[in-house]
Design a protein around this ligand. Structure first.
Ligand code: FES
Length: 330
């Protein structure tokens, strides 16, 4: 018990030490610039590539999903290697272990690209630990590639050693990755669904809402942004789901509300993400006008589904999604 507490303290101390290394910021920003330059070379396709790397279409971050491939495949190779070592002689599973290492390398490359895409939007402490997390993964990838090449008859041991060291690096990097999610909330949905009003509550006199200007109001226990757009009044969450930017500082662009921090764009009628890095939609609320007051409430699951369906249909037709139900019922 005392030993476990000690190792936990050491692990936390190591993470804290990494996060204090301000000198890591210089190479970090250089890498970010190179990355941005590379993506800009793709021209009109850059947004599609970005969306694919973040998992915007998927509706959840792609990086943690892909991470499971190298973790599982390399873990299986380690188990097979351990069986062979325990038996003390080469076994037929040697080629299976090599195949597992190969699958892990392919998955690791894909996970690295998605991780890099997510990491470029972090700052300060999470950016530093994210950089070390990435470097450890790159080293592990190199060791497993060397292991894959070495795993030929008569040279198995060298490959197994490289895999063993590589897996230790993957575990250390996994600890940093966990810290990024749990402590720094990277890759989690930052929109606030906690105290959304289940029944209509009045939030603002209709005459006080200007056209096209995001306006912050309080609805029950939750902050909401009201927007009058093309004769409709829409109500969306106050925080960007990506990293929690105040959407009241956002602006309208082609039927979307743009996040002021990293430029994610959300459909104003449905909250769906049109362009990342956000992957989760912006919460949308049902609105109506009563006695000159704008009222709103959270949507029921059926209303939510209806809106998502309308958005998907609109996107399939290549048109802007309809805003049925999102607008103000007069
Ligand atoms: S906070 Fe990053 S896109 Fe909004």
């Amino acid at each position: 018990m005392a030993g476990r507490a000690l190792s936990r303290r050491r692990a936390e101390g190591a993470v804290a030490a990494i996060e204090r290394q301000e000198w890591l910021d210089t190479p970090s920003y250089r890498i970010e610039h190179v990355l941005g330059f590379g993506l800009n070379l793709l021209g009109g396709r850059a947004e599609q590539v970005r969306n694919a790397l973040h998992g915007t279409r998927l509706g959840e971050p792609l990086h943690p999903v892909l991470n499971n491939i190298p973790l599982g495949a390399w873990g299986a190779a380690i188990v097979l290697d351990s069986v062979e070592l325990l038996q003390g002689r080469p076994v037929r599973s040697g080629q299976t272990a090599r195949a597992c290492v190969g699958v892990g390398i392919v998955g690791g490359l894909a996970a690295s690209l998605t991780g890099l895409a997510d990491w470029q939007y972090t700052h300060d402490r999470p950016r530093r630990s994210g950089l070390v997390h990435g470097l450890l993964n790159v080293c592990a990838l190199g060791l497993f590639t060397s292991s894959w090449r070495s795993r030929r008859p008569g040279r198995q041991r060298r490959g197994q050693l490289a895999s063993g060291v590589g897996y230790l690096m993957v575990l250390a990097s996994g600890h940093l990755g966990g810290t990024l999610v749990h402590r720094h909330q990277i890759g989690v949905d930052h929109s606030d669904h906690g105290l959304e009003p289940p029944r209509f509550v009045a939030v603002l006199p209709d005459r006080d809402l200007p056209e096209g200007v995001p306006t912050h109001v309080q609805a029950g226990g939750v902050g909401v942004i009201l927007l009058r757009h093309e004769g409709q009044v829409v109500a969306v969450g106050e925080h960007c789901p990506h990293l929690g930017a105040p959407m009241v500082d956002g602006w309208l662009y082609e039927n979307t509300l743009v996040c002021p921090w990293h430029g994610s764009r959300f459909d104003v009628g449905t909250g769906a993400v049109v362009a990342g890095p956000a992957v989760a939609p912006l919460p949308c609320y049902q609105t109506r006008l009563r006695d000159g007051q704008i009222e709103l409430r959270r949507r029921t699951p059926d209303e939510e589904l209806a809106h998502r369906g309308a958005a998907a249909q609109g996107q399939r037709r290549g048109a802007a999604p309809e805003q049925t139900g999102a607008g103000l019922a007069r």
